[in-house]
Ligand binder design. Structure first.
Ligand SMILES: Nc1ncnc2c1ncn2[C@@H]1O[C@H](COP(=O)(O)OP(=O)(O)O)[C@@H](O)[C@H]1O
Ligand SMILES: [Mg+2]
Length: 331
């Protein structure tokens, strides 16, 4: 087990009150495995990732409970200098917006080379050669020339490749990619996603792919964790979820993906909006929007039930936080 996040809770103390952004999240990632974390905006995906990476803004953020076990070691108990060593060398993050993550006044070559001079003690010349290699590896054409350019001289897709190269530089065991292709247009999205998946396989890294778009994960993810109001409401191997979701929220997300075979048909949209994390609804937090809602859903918080159907041997763990997961699965 590479990463094992246990019962993670994160709050933000704001002027309006306490926002309960993460409420008991559990997830695991093995070496060579891709976990997609899915959910509408505001469901706590990024905050969970920031807590795992150790880059959460504290304050206003506060981790009130839980563990982040990385190769068995709880990162939440490490001192900041030990934490910094883990970050970059062992785990790295890719963000949506490369332009604000890269340094605008340094050439991309200098930024890539710095990874090797600072963390690996390489000479400038060797580091520069490695920077060119990396740019080749993420398939940036004319790497030898372009290494001398600044971030703003690259297109959005090429900048995302540079950020992937930065994240890969020290060959980390885990990469967290937070909406890495959201800002790109559809064709470029697919290319960048393919590149990321290819590198992940080649280096047998663990990958957490955060996205609000179920459409992009089908081909690359092994498992999916669906988040709602700071909780995981369904987790399953990717194919099981596509075949039959065991949570009405997942069903809603699936039904709202544009599909070629449904061309011309109107897209379904989940009614209403995700709740404010300052005031999470009672019972099941999804109940005000749920088409299958029953009385019990308004009062009783569903635990993450083990989904044991259709295959009772449950070869891969599957869970749903819906009192009526069976009805949903067969519905
Ligand atoms: N810096 C912050 N200050 C206060 N609240 C925050 C902050 N960052 C996140 N939050 C709260 O956490 C919630 C979840 O945020 P986030 O994890 O970014 O959602 P997602 O990535 O799923 O779109 C936000 O809706 C907000 O209530
Ligand atoms: Mg986010």
């Amino acid at each position: 087990m590479l990463l094992d996040v246990r019962d993670l809770h994160v709050e933000f103390h704001t002027r309006e009150g306490v926002a309960k952004a993460v409420n008991g999240v559990n997830y695991r990632v093995d070496a060579g495995e891709t976990l997609a974390v899915l959910g509408e905006s505001g469901s706590g995906k990024s905050v969970t990732a920031q807590a795992v990476m150790g880059i959460l803004d504290m304050p206003p953020g506060r981790i009130t409970r839980g563990q982040v076990l990385f190769e068995g070691r709880d990162l939440l108990t490490l001192k900041e200098d030990e934490r910094r060593r883990v970050r970059g060398a062992e785990m790295a993050m890719i963000f949506q917006d490369a332009l604000s993550s890269l340094n605008p006044v340094l050439t991309v070559g200098d930024q890539l080379a710095e990874m090797f001079t600072v963390h690996r003690g390489m000479s400038k010349k060797d580091a520069r050669a490695r920077a060119v290699e990396l740019m080749d590896r993420v398939r940036i054409p004319a790497a030898r020339e372009r290494v001398k350019q600044y971030p703003h001289q690259f297109s959005g897709g090429m900048r995302q490749r540079i950020m992937i190269a930065m994240a890969m530089a020290l060959e980390p065991k885990l990469i967290i990619a937070d909406e890495p292709t959201t800002a790109l247009d559809v064709t470029v999205q697919a290319q960048v996603m393919d590149l990321l998946a290819e590198l992940q396989r080649e280096y047998r890294m663990g990958l957490i792919l955060i996205t609000h778009d179920l459409g992009v994960v089908a081909d690359v993810a092994d498992r999916i964790a669906v988040m709602y109001a700071g909780r995981i409401v369904e987790t399953a191997p990717v194919h099981d979820i596509y075949k039959a979701p065991a949570h009405p929220y997942t069903r809603g997300l699936l039904d709202s993906i544009p599909r070629l075979d449904h061309k011309g048909r109107e897209l379904y949209a989940i009614k209403g909006l995700p709740p404010s994390l300052l005031r999470i609804p009672s019972g099941c937090p999804f109940h005000p929007r749920c088409p299958m809602v029953q009385d019990v859903c308004r009062t009783d918080v569903p635990p993450l039930y083990e989904v044991t159907e259709p295959e009772p041997q449950a070869r891969a763990e599957r869970g749903s936080a819906c009192h009526f997961w069976r009805e949903c699965l067969h519905g």
